[in-house]
Design a protein around this ligand. Structure first.
Ligand SMILES: O=C(O)CCC(=O)C(=O)O
Length: 284
């Protein structure tokens, strides 16, 4: 791991106030780095805060495409949105900045800093909502394939997968190939039908040893955390229950961003920059 080594920021070495217990203990953090993921089976946010995020999600989920287009066209950051991204609520914090209240909240950043160290920034976000019986799969993939033009190296990026609904095997929870973050990236892809899959390009099925995959079941309001290098995917939701997760993604500021901040807007969430990056909220 690339992280550690810093001047102590106000919230202490691993992002919690001096004298307070870290949100994740050392056993959790060691297991995370060994397996590439872990489930945090306690509420991430206070009840009020979680309810506020759920209500905002319902508003965005129900919003007509025309209204999403209107909001996105007025975004300070990007105006060239594709309908699929708007409908899929991918990166919607760039046009719905109320989401930053949760993405930069101490309760979630206290988890992230336990994993990545004290200096962390917001990379991206995406509501991945599978409606009842929509049967849209997430093919096996390694996030490095999609993010290689954006940042390097990719050994200190964590996704907080916050469950807005209970997520389990029945309604198409995420599955991971435990420990695969230690393997070199498989630089091969295959085309997938975008009508039936979340992505149209992902890993070839025959490259994955699915017998090593394990389900990541997460109760509503809790989260899983996973490494960007971990091979993961999900089956379609064939159940009568919705399965929605908010993926909140963070990186250590020791990693180098490869695009100007206008092209890939990121926010310093806590601590300081360590790689000469620029963020929407500074420095520079
Ligand atoms: O929720 C899913 O189906 C997939 C999640 C995922 O690919 C991710 O969080 O990187």
């Amino acid at each position: 791991m690339t992280v550690v080594g810093h001047d102590a920021p106000t919230r202490g070495e691993f992002g919690y106030a001096f004298g307070m217990t870290p949100r994740l203990d050392s056993r959790f953090v060691e297991a995370y780095w060994r397996d590439g993921y872990r489930v945090f089976d306690r509420p991430v946010f206070s009840q009020d805060k979680f309810d506020g995020l759920s209500a905002l999600f319902e508003e965005l989920h129900a919003m007509p495409l025309e209204e999403k287009r209107r909001r996105a066209a007025a975004s300070t950051f990007r105006t060239d949105w594709e309908d699929a991204s708007l409908q899929g609520l991918n990166m919607c914090h760039l046009w719905e900045q109320r989401l930053l209240e949760w993405l930069l909240d101490d309760e979630v950043i206290d988890l992230v800093t336990c994993i990545l160290g004290p200096d962390v920034a917001l990379f991206s976000s995406h509501f991945i909502c599978k409606d009842p019986a929509d049967n849209i799969a997430t093919p096996w993939h390694d996030d490095r394939f999609y993010w290689k033009p954006l940042v390097e190296p990719m050994d200190a990026i964590v996704t907080v997968w916050l469950a807005l609904d209970d997520s389990d095997v029945e309604n198409g929870c995420m599955w991971v190939v435990r420990g695969s973050h230690e393997d070199p990236m498989i630089d091969e892809t295959e085309a997938y039908d975008p009508e039936r899959n979340l992505f149209s390009t992902a890993l070839p099925e025959d490259k994955i040893d699915a017998s090593k995959a394990v389900p990541v079941e997460v109760p509503r309001a809790c989260c899983s955390l996973h490494d960007a290098r971990l091979i993961h995917g999900a089956q379609g939701n064939t159940s009568p229950r919705r399965r929605c997760g908010y993926t909140m993604r963070y990186f250590s500021t020791a990693l180098k961003l490869l695009k100007p901040v206008q092209e890939h807007p990121t926010w310093l969430a806590r601590g300081r920059d360590r790689a000469g990056n620029r963020y929407v909220n500074g420095p520079g």
